[in-house]
Design a protein around this ligand. Structure first.
Ligand SMILES: [Zn+2]
Length: 109
């Protein structure tokens, strides 16, 4: 139960991660990807070469039209998400992702 709750909120004590959900701008298919906030992020430096925060660029591909989307996320020094955008698609919530998956399952039946 605790494990499930932690996954629901996208972070765990041991390996904090973020679940990113996006919808393809061409075919509307949804994808989910997992970003490890400690292993996957790159440090971003400010003008004085001091660490200013973190960022990641991640490529996503849906399983319908296979077009590549590029997600770019920025974090502050505490690894809190401050901005996110997807080229070739749009960011959606976990709820929208689940709803779209359920819809897709119904259609294939
Ligand atoms: Zn697509």
């Amino acid at each position: 139960m605790m494990q499930w709750l932690r996954q629901l909120f996208g972070r765990t004590e041991e390996a904090p991660f973020l679940l990113l959900h996006a919808r393809c701008g061409r075919c509307g298919a949804v994808v989910q990807t997992r970003i490890n906030l400690y292993n996957d992020l790159s440090v971003e430096y400010d003008d004085r070469e001091e660490p200013a925060g973190y960022w990641i660029r991640k490529e996503l591909m849906d399983d319908r039209c296979f077009r590549l989307m590029t997600a770019e996320l920025r974090f502050d020094r505490q690894r809190r998400l401050i901005s996110q955008e997807v080229t070739g698609g749009q960011i959606i919530t976990a709820e929208e992702y689940e709803a779209a998956r359920q819809q897709a399952r119904k259609q294939t039946r």
